[in-house]
Design a protein around this ligand. Structure first.
Ligand code: UTP
Length: 491
C-alpha cells in the first residue's frame, strides 16, 4: 500500500491535494479512514467527455428481436407463460433487486423499498415484491404439482444494507424463507466537483456514492453470488429496480419468451409516452443493441416517425432485464472492466474552506455510475419484450411536489390497475347511494380509478383467478381483496 508521502504526491499530480486540508487535525483512526478513501479518489477517472454524435449510427431494433405481451395471438402468449412457469417450477429462476440507490429525488432518509405510497393496505414496495414472489412460486407449484423457490437476491449499498436487513427481519422476511433472501453490497466511488476534484463530505471523509446499478457485475464477483446461484441450480435471472410499483417479478411470460427464443439477455420495454419522455431507448447503434439515454438523442431524432405513424425510437427501457447465469458470469469475469462510467450531476453535501458542513441547494458535483443496461452490447442473442405501461410500469422517483413518477402517481397506477382487474373479473361497484359506478375497464394508468380497489398479490399476480371471488358481485368501495376476504368470498 502507498505511504502517506506517496499518496500526497499522487493527490497533487491528480489535482486532489485539497483533500488533505484537514488531515493534520484528525485523530489516528479517522485519519487512516480518510487516507483509505483518498486512495480510491486518486484512482478515480475524470469524467468522460460529451457522448459522440449518434444520430447517423442509430437504428430501431429489428422486429425479429422484439416480442409483445399484448399484441399477437393469445395462444403464443400462453405458450410463453407455460414455459416460464415450467422453468420456475424447476427452481431455475431467480429475481435480483437493484436496491443500492440513494433515492435523493424522493428525498427520504431510508431505502426506497421501505417506502409506502399510501395504499389502503399500507404495504411497502418491499412487501408488494415479496408477495409477488410468493404468488408466482405458488402458481408454478400448482401448475406442476411440485414445491419450488424463486430466490431473491438483493443488491444493496453502504446506505441501504443495514436498514434493509433490519426491515426484513422486523417483518419476518414477509413470510419468505430467510435462506432464500440473499443481500449483498455494491462498491462505492468518490463524488467529484465539475472540474474533477473529489469532495470532502466531512473533515475526515471523502464523499462517496454507490457505483451505479451497473455496479451489479463487480458486486456479483465480490460476493460470489453466481456461485450461490449455481449451487441452487438457477439458470435465469430477472433483474429489476426497486421503484416500479407494478413490477412483475419473475414474470413467467417474459421468462418464457426469453427462454424459448434462446436469449442470453432481454429487456422489457414500454411504448414511449411522448417523444421527449426522459427514458432510455432500447435500439441499435452500428447494428449492436443497446440503451441510448434520452439526453443523448436529439429532439429531431426523438420525434422521427415509423411508417405506421408511431415513434421510430419507441422502445422505452424500464429497467427490467432477463439474463442467463452464463451471460452474467461472462460479464462479471471478463467484460466488467469495459463498462464506462456515466456522469450523474447531483447535490453533494460538503465542508467549506473552514470545515463547516454545507448542504447545497443546486447540483455541485458529479457521481460516476455504471448502468445495469450497459451490458446489452455484449449479448449474443438480445431480445426486447414490449409490455403495456399501465400494466407494468409506474416508477417512484420523485416527491409528491413533482407531477410525475411520485407517490401519488404510483398509488393511482396500482389502484387503477386493480380496479380494471376487478371490473374485468365481473365485479360491480356501487356509490354511497347504492347506484352503480361507471365501468371504465380501459382506464388510463394516471387517472383516479372510479372505485378504490386493492388486490393482494397473494390473491392475484397479474389479474388471474379473480372471477371466482368477484363475478356478478356488487361492492361498495373500498374493496380490499386480501387472502382473508378472498376466503370469505369463495363460493
Ligand atoms: P435511480 O437511477 O433512480 O437512482 O435508480 P436512485 O438512487 O434510486 O434515485 P436518485 O437518482 O438518487 O433520486 C434506479 C434503480 O437502480 C438502483 C436503485 O436502487 C433503483 O432500483 N441503484 C441505483 C442501485 O442499485 N445502485 C446504485 O448505485 C444506483
Amino acid at each position: 500500500m502507498a505511504s502517506e508521502a506517496d499518496l500526497r504526491a499522487r493527490l497533487q499530480r491528480a489535482g486532489q491535494q485539497h483533500l488533505l486540508r484537514f488531515c493534520a487535525e484528525l485523530a489516528p483512526e479517522p485519519r487512516a479512514e480518510l487516507l483509505h478513501c483518498q486512495r480510491a479518489a486518486a484512482a478515480c477517472a475524470r469524467p468522460p467527455g460529451p457522448p459522440p454524435d449518434l444520430a447517423a449510427r442509430l437504428q430501431p431494433l429489428p422486429p425479429e428481436r422484439v416480442g409483445s405481451a399484448s399484441e399477437g395471438d393469445p395462444q403464443t402468449r400462453r405458450l410463453w407463460e407455460e414455459e416460464g412457469l415450467h422453468q420456475i417450477a424447476l427452481n431455475k429462476v431467480a429475481v435480483l433487486l437493484l436496491a443500492g440507490g440513494q433515492g435523493t429525488r424522493l428525498g427520504v432518509t431510508y431505502p426506497k423499498g421501505m417506502y409506502q405510497v399510501g395504499l389502503p393496505s399500507q404495504k411497502t414496495l418491499y412487501q408488494l415484491q415479496a408477495e409477488r414472489i410468493r404468488r408466482v412460486e405458488q402458481l408454478a407449484s400448482e401448475r406442476h404439482g411440485t414445491r419450488c423457490t424463486v430466490p431473491w437476491y438483493i443488491m444493496t449499498s453502504e446506505f441501504t444494507l443495514g436498514p434493509t436487513a433490519k426491515f426484513f427481519k422486523e417483518h419476518d422476511f414477509f413470510h419468505l424463507d430467510p435462506n432464500n433472501v440473499i443481500m449483498f453490497e455494491q462498491r462505492m466511488l468518490p463524488a467529484v466537483t465539475f472540474d474533477g476534484r473529489a469532495i470532502l463530505e466531512r473533515k475526515d471523509k471523502v464523499a462517496m456514492a454507490p457505483d451505479g446499478n451497473g455496479g451489479l457485475y463487480s458486486a456479483l464477483e465480490d460476493h460470489q453470488i453466481l456461485e450461490d446461484m449455481e449451487r441452487r441450480g438457477v439458470e435465469f435471472v430477472h433483474v429489476y429496480c426497486v421503484d416500479n410499483i407494478l413490477v412483475r417479478l419473475a414474470d413467467p411470460v417474459f421468462i418464457g419468451f426469453c427462454v424459448l427464443r434462446g436469449a442470453d439477455c432481454g429487456a422489457k420495454v414500454v411504448e414511449k409516452a411522448y417523444p421527449e419522455e426522459p427514458v432510455g431507448v432500447v435500439c441499435q447503434v452500428d447494428g449492436v443493441p443497446q440503451v441510448v439515454e434520452y439526453s443523448e438523442i436529439s429532439r429531431e431524432v426523438a420525434q422521427l416517425r415509423a411508417p405506421g405513424g408511431g415513434l421510430l425510437y419507441n422502445a422505452g427501457n424500464i429497467c427490467s432485464h432477463f439474463f442467463t447465469r452464463d451471460f452474467l458470469r461472462m460479464v462479471a469475469r471478463e467484460l466488467e472492466h469495459l463498462l464506462q462510467p456515466h456522469v450523474a450531476v447531483k447535490k453533494v453535501p460538503y465542508v467549506d474552506e473552514h470545515g463547516n458542513p454545507v448542504k447545497p441547494l443546486q447540483p455541485n458535483g458529479i457521481k460516476m455510475e455504471k448502468f445495469v443496461f450497459d451490458v446489452l452490447p455484449f449479448a449474443k442473442n438480445f431480445v426486447a419484450f414490449q409490455v403495456l405501461r399501465e400494466e407494468e410500469f409506474s416508477p417512484l422517483k420523485n416527491a409528491d411536489s413533482a407531477d410525475r413518477d411520485s407517490p401519488s402517481t404510483s398509488r393511482r397506477a396500482l389502484l387503477a390497475q386493480h380496479c380494471r382487474w376487478a371490473l374485468r373479473a365481473g365485479a360491480r361497484f356501487l356509490d354511497v347511494h347504492g347506484a352503480r359506478l361507471p365501468e371504465q375497464p380501459s382506464l388510463p394508468g394516471s387517472a383516479e380509478p372510479p372505485a378504490i380497489c386493492e388486490i393482494s398479490p397473494l390473491v392475484s399476480y397479474a389479474g388471474e383467478g379473480l372471477e371466482e371471488y368477484l363475478r356478478g358481485r356488487e361492492f361498495r368501495p373500498p374493496l380490499i381483496l386480501d387472502e382473508a376476504t378472498a376466503r370469505e368470498l369463495q363460493p
